[in-house]
Design a protein around this ligand. Structure first.
Ligand SMILES: [Zn+2]
Length: 244
């Protein structure tokens, strides 16, 4: 249970400092990894919005086409009405039956014209709504793109700063490692860290391992307290140090 090679008390502090630096490096590396993820998310949202913009654009365009068609229909009816009215009042037709037929046709075209006009009003309203939605959406997209651009610049500069910070921490790490004289223990520490992540050297002042939260056997607690050296947790293999 006890480490084969006991470490000097000062070595413990060196390892704790090393762990502190490693933790900070991990946090910073994670930050540099997560920052572009956030940007990717915004970028995805923008791409999705562009797709939607296309759909809204198509919708607006098809309403315009529909409106043009209905307007042509209306023009055609108006023309027909005008032509028939011209015939009716032009004095060319004198036969009563023919006159009545003309009047009937005019009435029918007027009815159709009214229906087309109603229809046109509905389409015009739809088109206006569609145009409003489109311009609001374009504005929203533009704002999002501006946010993205601004964020990207910020994120890039933050990542640059973080990279710089990581480099200087790694320099500090190198210096600290030079002070370590137990390389076997260093290897053990590094392997544990790779395996578990986070803190693998833990300070204990109760008989529970702060790594796995399980009760420590009384002989482990005894050694921890008595020898003031590092002891391996028999459950999670983390390195424990007693500190009152
Ligand atoms: Zn444990």
């Amino acid at each position: 249970m006890l480490l084969e090679e006991r470490l000097l008390i000062e070595q413990i502090d060196i390892f704790l400092e090393l762990q502190e630096i490693d933790n900070t490096i991990d946090i910073l590396v994670n930050k540099t990894k997560n920052m572009p993820l956030k940007m990717n998310r915004i970028n995805k949202e923008i791409l999705e919005m562009k797709k939607q913009l296309n759909i809204k654009n198509e919708n607006y365009k098809s309403l315009q086409v529909k409106m043009k068609r209905v307007e042509l229909d209306l023009r055609e009816k108006v023309n027909k009405i005008e032509k028939h009215q011209g015939d009716l009042f032009g004095g060319k037709v004198s036969d009563i039956k023919e006159l009545k037929q003309l009047q009937k046709a005019i009435a029918k075209y007027k009815e159709e014209k009214d229906t087309i006009e109603d229809n046109l009003l509905v389409i015009m309203e739809e088109s206006e709504n569609s145009q409003n939605i489109l311009s609001d959406f374009k504005k929203e997209l533009q704002e999002k793109e501006e946010i993205f651009k601004k964020n990207k610049t910020e994120v890039n500069s933050k990542i640059k700063d973080l990279d710089q910070e990581i480099i200087s921490l790694k320099d500090r790490r190198k210096n600290i490692i030079q002070k370590i004289n137990d390389h076997r223990f260093l290897k053990q520490y590094e392997m544990l860290r790779k395996d578990k992540g986070g803190n693998v050297i833990l300070l204990v002042n109760i008989s529970i391992c702060p790594g796995c939260y399980l009760d420590l056997p009384s002989d482990v607690v005894y050694h921890l307290k008595k020898d003031k050296s590092m002891v391996i947790c028999p459950n999670c293999s983390r390195i424990l140090i007693w500190r009152e």
